[in-house]
Design a protein around this ligand. Structure first.
Ligand code: DGJ
Length: 709
């Protein structure tokens, strides 16, 4: 709800308030934090206008921190002077080709004008009634007669009072995405950034700023280069900026045109669980759209780790037989079905059947469907191999500078998606694949970064963003054309896990690392920002193909049950006993799917190698907890866990899921209050001696309400 009293605007979400004032001619933030019930009294305003907490900053002023805006005018100067001209409640600004959150909300739009530069700047705050997340969008409009160049336009500036925040970021690489890091900032500038062309596995755009009893978090609805900075100054202030990275960025705005920044989102909560809970609700309700929003996702089988490129039609059909037998609902044919692709050196771009291998992709898809499975297919449409018919015909489609061959990664080049003709080609090619195979699911992969961002006739400072606009336009056309298809985004694993991609694809493959212990850590990082229903999580073979570590089939399932379950291993290698174990796992998952995919998630405390997560139904009558031990310490008698998110006044029956390697099941009654406060000892977490060489141990607890106290 947005309220105005004099020159003070109070933007309330269910649990937070953001108070802005225009009292002194500038737009400043007076307060951001927990909900203030009474109207705000602007008593606590700092005297010093040049160091007040402004809603945005620009170059040319005495504030020497990183600014939100740096715009070069036609006279060569970069000193802008935006003056507040209007504040209006009303519509959200149009986002053009950029994805953004959606829903019935309220918007407060601030309008600034620079008389000399003839530039208008709109800054809009949007709130929805069901979430504490506040969305921020902005637009720079050139009302003059000469063009200007935007050198930097961050989407959001969050100026906070005080310092000593701990910055929490999620960083990594292929196979180790979204590893949590904490940095306590007392002076200077902290940077979290990607210039790899995508949001990247290196530094996710989501971050948190933490202090005792308060956590601020931001994210960016964007999948390209991004930059977040956190800066403290000696006036006891902390500034967070998030937006498109300004490294190499320079965007010309012609007279009469405008530039829209990607939507940024921010949230305040008293603790990290509150942030996760709000971010999940926001993404589920205002980012994920279409048929699959809130719809239970199928359990899939994917052949990649089982066969890689080396499959035949017969092998795929025998895998499908076993996948159907074990209870999977969707069969995903991964890389290697097109062109003449037998390894990663060829065929990207040739999205037509490798008939000698598949025996006819359309009939293969039909044969899989005849076994009672839905059919899904892998594509990597943003790429081109030099060894492809597409490259022979259209070498100009590749993204590479004219003077050299182009740096290859995984032996491939990117397509120049900034170009309309290339966009049209991708839409046509992918449409054909979906139509020919009648695919119910598409895994959209993306296996390299930008090294030579270049497109003929496109200014280098605009290229990376123009690529993203091209990609988004392709995705919106495809999603509109195939509204029933479930799209899963992938980027060499989880290299492009961001709210921008989630606007088009309700799922993201979290990582190529399926080792239970390492995957657990990747998932815990991912789930701080993104809901479980968005996270593809598969059970694979042990020893794990990536890490070589061992884990039991039961623990692999327990870990994967935190997301959208899949299996990805050679099913021919399973014993009958393992196959029937998997059948039971899938039955259990299906029976509890609503809770596992859409329940409220809490990370359980991670101390001394212990951890886990719990998912709780909205009415708190049901919950499933997975408790883990990530190290085995000889002589350690007890492993203690406290749960979260339960109703303290409810008595729950707590039952251990029957797990191979553990003796029987155990059931006991306990109140939510006890379970959340008194440590629950599980000396048996390791299971029997057969388990002892594993790298992670786990048990699953199923909680059901028995009575109220
Ligand atoms: C990378 C993906 O993350 C894998 O799951 C698999 O699809 C391969 N690409 C196929 O090339």
């Amino acid at each position: 709800m947005i309220r105005k009293k004099g020159n003070v605007y109070k933007i309330d979400t269910p649990n937070t308030s953001l108070v802005l004032s225009t009292e002194r001619g500038v737009a400043e933030v007076l307060y951001y934090g927990k909900l203030l019930k009474a109207p705000f009294e602007p008593a606590a305003v700092t005297d010093d206008l040049s160091h007040c907490r402004k809603v945005f900053s620009e170059t040319g002023k005495t504030d020497f921190r990183e600014p939100q805006l740096r715009i070069e005018l036609s006279d060569g100067s970069v000193a802008t002077d935006f003056v507040l001209s209007r504040i209006k409640r009303g519509e959200r600004p149009s986002m053009g080709d950029l994805p953004a959150s959606y829903g019935e909300g309220e918007t407060l739009r601030l309008e600034f004008f620079d008389e000399y530069a003839r530039l208008r700047y709109y800054l809009a705050y949007t709130v929805y009634p069901d979430t504490d997340v506040i969305c921020v969008t902005s637009e720079i409009v050139n009302c003059g007669k000469k063009s200007v160049r935007i050198q930097k336009a961050a989407s959001l500036q969050l100026d906070l009072a005080g310092e000593g925040f701990t910055v929490v970021t999620y960083d990594g690489s292929w196979g180790a995405e979204r590893q949590r890091h904490e940095h306590t900032l007392v002076a200077g500038v902290f940077v979290n950034e990607s210039n790899a062309g995508s949001s990247s596995p290196f530094h996710n755009p989501f971050l948190m700023l933490k202090r005792e009893g308060e956590v601020y978090a931001t994210n960016l609805v964007y999948s390209g280069n991004h930059r977040e900075t956190v800066e403290t100054n000696s006036f006891l202030q902390t500034r967070l900026l998030t937006g498109i990275s300004d490294v190499g960025f320079c965007w010309e705005v012609l007279p009469g045109e405008s530039f829209v920044t990607p939507e940024a989102v921010m949230v305040y909560a008293p603790d990290e669980d509150g942030v996760a809970c709000q971010m999940h609700a926001f993404v589920s309700e205002h980012v994920i759209r279409g048929k699959w929003k809130r719809k239970e996702r199928p359990v899939l089988y994917n052949n990649w780790e089982g066969t890689t490129f080396a499959f035949t039609r017969e092998k795929i059909l025998s895998l499908a037989d076993r996948a159907a037998l074990m209870g999977a609902e969707l069969f995903v044919l991964d890389d290697g079905w097109f062109g003449h692709r037998d390894d990663d050196h060829s065929s990207l771009g040739d999205w037509f059947d490798y008939e000698a291998k598949t025996g006819g992709i359309a009939s293969l898809a039909d044969a899989i469907r005849a076994k009672g499975l839905k059919f899904g297919i892998w594509v990597e449409p943003e790429m081109i191999s030099e060894d492809s018919e597409l490259f022979a015909k259209h070498p100009e489609f590749a993204m590479k500078p004219l003077r050299k061959a182009g740096t290859k990664m995984r032996n491939q080049l990117l397509l120049n998606l900034a170009d309309k003709q290339v966009q049209n080609y991708v839409v046509r090619a992918v449409s054909h694949v979906i139509q020919e195979t009648k695919a119910a699911y598409v895994k959209w992969d993306y296996n390299r970064f930008f090294t030579d961002p270049y497109g003929k006739g496109i200014a280098s400072g605009e290229y990376c963003h123009r690529y993203m606009l091209g990609l988004y336009s392709v995705l919106s056309r495809l999603v509109e054309k195939f509204p029933s298809v479930l799209f899963e985004s992938c980027a060499s694993g989880g290299g492009r896990y961001d709210p921008g991609m989630l606007c088009f694809m309700p799922q993201t493959w979290a990582s190529d690392n399926t080792d239970a212990r390492e995957r657990y850590r990747i998932q815990q990082g991912t789930l701080q920002a993104y809901p479980k229903s968005t996270m593809g999580a598969h059970v694979s073979a042990s020893p794990n193909q990536q890490s070589g570590f061992l884990s039991t089939l039961e623990t692999r399932f327990n870990v994967a049950s935190a997301g959208v379950l899949g299996y990805e291993l050679d099913l021919a290698e399973l014993t009958d006993e393992e196959l029937s174990l998997i059948q039971r796992q899938i039955e259990f998952y299906q029976a509890n799917r609503e809770l596992l995919q859409f329940g409220t998630y809490y990370r359980l405390d991670e101390r001394s190698g212990l951890g886990g997560f719990i998912t709780v139904s909205p009415d708190r009558t049901k919950a499933i907890a997975v408790i883990t031990a990530n190290e085995r310490v000889t002589g350690r008698g007890g492993y203690a866990y406290t749960l979260k998110g339960l109703d303290p006044s409810v008595t729950y029956s707590v039952t251990t899921r029957e797990q191979q390697g553990y003796e029987g099941t155990e059931s006991f009654l306990a109140s939510g209050e006890t379970l959340m406060n008194a440590p629950l000892y599980r000396p048996d977490i390791m299971g029997d001696r057969e388990n002892r060489f594993n790298s992670i141990f786990s048990r699953m607890l199923v909680l059901k309400k028995v009575s109220m106290r």
